[in-house]
Design a protein around this ligand. Structure first.
Ligand SMILES: NC(=O)c1ccc[n+]([C@@H]2O[C@H](COP(=O)([O-])OP(=O)(O)OC[C@H]3O[C@@H](n4cnc5c(N)ncnc54)[C@H](O)[C@@H]3O)[C@@H](O)[C@H]2O)c1
Length: 326
């Protein structure tokens, strides 16, 4: 993809997915600005953009700050909104923080774009968490939404804002419902979210992996480089305007099988089966896999990195760079 001459803004651009998009956009020739409030306990990390630091402008600011957004949004051709309160459990213990970042933050961005740069393409990093428990398989874009936690509800509201701003004001918005992401550059300090990466860190540190229940719950794991590619396609295709896409691998994988893969890649890893803690059980959705049909047909996107290869790359990354992430 050629993004030469394009100015790209990435909110949450020091985080896992945002920084991976930054790498992909820089490789495609774009002039990239990342906008990140560097809030804990989220995944911001200067190491995430170390290799491209000289090519990227960094703005340390919050999406709840309209003034700073105003200046950052002007002149941008493409905007990726990846800034978020991403912890499921924190969204339950501090729902107003989640509301503030995930709803007010998203609405701030949209209002700013509407007022100062209404020709920009904007891609929202939504989540398959808007679905909740799957009623059919695979889950496609028409599946009912019934989020299992506060974060999912607020992300769904934000997604609706993005779609409304397309319908009401003609903004070129797209919402990508990202499945379970894994790969290099995710935070590994807490197992609160991005648990696969956290397990890789634990295995490499010689710590046991605690699997709740029997690990038979399933997820659709997608490698982060594939996410970045799909996000760039969404930002550049006219077929994506005003649309929602499920963004997953289309492969249903049991959690225990990912754990066994880590065990294989990091020999000596200990795995322990433990009862579900009640706060986790309360928001566990059981089984899910996403349909890839719409994104394949409309954006010609198919994920390229299978789970085994993706996990090998992930383990390789943290073997080399764990110090920068703990
Ligand atoms: N990782 C996944 O599995 C996954 C799955 C579905 C959706 N998503 C979505 O993708 C997006 C990125 O997630 P991630 O996994 O890269 O998380 P991350 O924690 O690595 O990155 C989030 C970034 O947002 C920044 N941020 C948080 N609040 C902010 C604010 N108020 N203003 C500015 N910056 C702020 C953080 O500092 C952090 O760098 C989020 O919207 C998330 O909901 C992620």
């Amino acid at each position: 993809m050629d993004l030469s001459g394009k100015a790209v803004l990435i909110t949450g651009g020091l985080g896992f997915i945002g920084s991976t998009i930054a790498h992909a956009a820089v490789s495609s020739g774009a002039k990239v600005t990342v906008y990140d409030a560097c809030l804990d306990p989220y995944g911001w990390n200067p190491a995430n953009i170390a290799e491209i630091r000289s090519k990227v402008e960094v703005i340390k600011a919050d999406v709840r700050d309209r003034k700073r957004l105003d200046a950052a949004v002007r002149g941008k051709d493409i905007i990726f909104d990846c800034a978020a309160q991403v912890s499921h459990t924190l969204s339950m213990s501090d729902p107003f923080l989640d509301l503030d970042i995930n709803c007010r933050g998203a609405l701030n961005l949209l209002e700013t774009v509407r007022k100062v740069n209404d020709k920009a393409r904007i891609v929202y990093a939504s989540t398959r968490g808007v679905i909740g428990t799957a009623r059919k398989s695979p889950v496609d874009e028409s599946h009912p939404t019934d989020p299992a936690d506060i974060q999912g509800i607020n992300k769904l509201a934000a997604e609706k804002y993005f779609l409304l701003y397309n319908k009401a004001y003609g903004l070129a918005t797209t919402s990508m419902r990202i499945s379970n992401a894994y790969g290099p550059r995710a935070q590994v300090r807490t197992g609160d979210y991005a648990i696969v990466n956290w397990f890789v860190k634990r295995a490499l540190s010689g710590e046991p992996l605690a699997v709740f229940g029997d690990g038979s719950q399933t997820r659709d794991y997608i490698y982060v480089d594939d996410i970045a590619e799909a996000m760039l396609l969404a930002a550049t295709s006219d077929k994506a305007r005003g649309e929602v896409f499920m963004l997953g691998s289309g492969v249903e994988t049991r959690f225990i099988d990912v754990v066994r893969l880590i065990e294989k890649l990091v020999p000596g890893t200990k795995v322990e089966l433990k009862p579900w803690p009640p706060e986790r059980k309360a928001i566990e959705i059981g089984r899910i896999v996403l349909s890839t049909e719409k994104i394949r047909k409309r954006l010609s996107f198919t994920p390229k990195v299978g789970l085994e290869e993706g996990m090998r790359r992930t383990v390789g990354f943290y073997r080399q760079r764990l110090k920068e992430y703990i």
